[in-house]
Write a new protein. Structure first.
Length: 307
């Protein structure tokens, strides 16, 4: 879809402080358990996606539109993003920085705790302030946990960009706005729960995912990627589809796998790869993520995704 060495990717989504806590087993109620290891750094779906894209495409300019608090935690996250080479000029500062806690045991069972302030959502004024950056974008990733009206405005400010939607619409979303955003989207990606939100019915098999993907393709996007929970990811496009089953690699922590998947998708887009190859690359990126502790995926061994 897009090609060229000089690219700008813009990610609109959440950012915060991510604290991963590993232990042998999660404690029962009113019990305790020793902590085996911890990792603390930038997190949130928007920040994780931006970090993944930047690592996989160091030649690419990656801008993040998100919100961090006016506090020490916000400063630490901002420094982490800058160290990764992410353009943070469009990161707004207000309220308190979101805290995301990932509790995971040796069996990869996890609990996610979130402390997110009302000020943490991206607002329309944040998007308007980033109009120049959006106008230069070749790819724009929109995280659907943000207000749909704001995301729609971001898409409108990026007329020449390939638009990637990540997530699903909940029941409170205005249906007209949701359809408007779907019409503008080029790619839609959703995990198992989010895919069911988009489809309006359960997705427990590949055939269920194929049916849901066909409906979404008729509503605007040219590529749809949906997860069949516990099985794998379906990538569908006009006239064809391919299912990528989950591998047999040992799972350490599933947190951040979806964000890595999106980073892989965007990497394929920047290389103008066909849909089947996009899915292969995205699946490889997610596999890298689940073999690591914490929601931040380290793509130091790029050959695992580029091969």
């Amino acid at each position: 879809m897009v090609a060229g060495k000089s690219q700008r990717v813009v990610v609109v989504g959440s950012a915060g402080r991510d604290l991963a806590i590993g232990m042998t087993s999660l404690p029962e109620a009113n019990a305790s358990a020793p902590i085996e290891r911890t990792m603390e750094r930038l997190g949130g779906k928007g920040a994780n996606i931006a970090a993944g894209i930047r690592q996989l495409n160091p030649e690419c300019s990656v801008s993040l539109i998100a919100v961090l608090g006016v506090d020490r935690a916000g400063e630490a996250v901002l420094e982490d993003a800058l160290d990764l080479g992410i353009d943070t000029a469009c990161v707004a500062r207000r309220g308190e920085t979101s805290l995301l806690v990932d509790l995971v045991d040796d069996s990869a069972e996890r609990r996610i705790l979130e402390q997110v302030s009302p000020e943490a959502s991206v607002r329309e004024e944040d998007v308007r302030s980033a109009a120049m950056v959006l106008g230069e974008a070749r790819v724009v990733v929109l995280q659907l946990r943000q207000p749909v009206a704001v995301l729609t405005r971001a898409a409108e400010l990026a007329p020449g960009a390939v638009v990637v939607l990540d997530g699903g619409f909940d029941g409170a979303v205005d249906s007209e706005l949701a359809e408007r955003l779907l019409t503008r989207a080029d790619i839609v990606r959703a995990n198992g729960e989010e895919a069911e939100m988009l489809a309006g019915h359960s997705i427990s098999s590949v055939s269920d995912a194929e049916r849901a993907a066909a409906d979404l393709l008729n509503r605007g996007p040219s590529i749809v990627s949906l997860t069949v929970s516990g099985s794998g990811d379906l990538v569908a496009w006009e006239g064809d589809s391919h299912f990528f089953p989950f591998g047999d690699e040992p799972v350490v922590d599933r947190t951040g796998a979806g964000d890595a998947y999106v980073a892989g998708l965007v990497t394929g887009l920047l290389r103008a790869e066909p849909p089947r190859e996009l899915g292969r690359r995205a699946s490889a990126a997610a596999t890298t993520a689940v073999q690591q502790f914490g929601g931040f995926t380290r793509f130091a061994e790029r050959s695992r995704v580029d091969g």
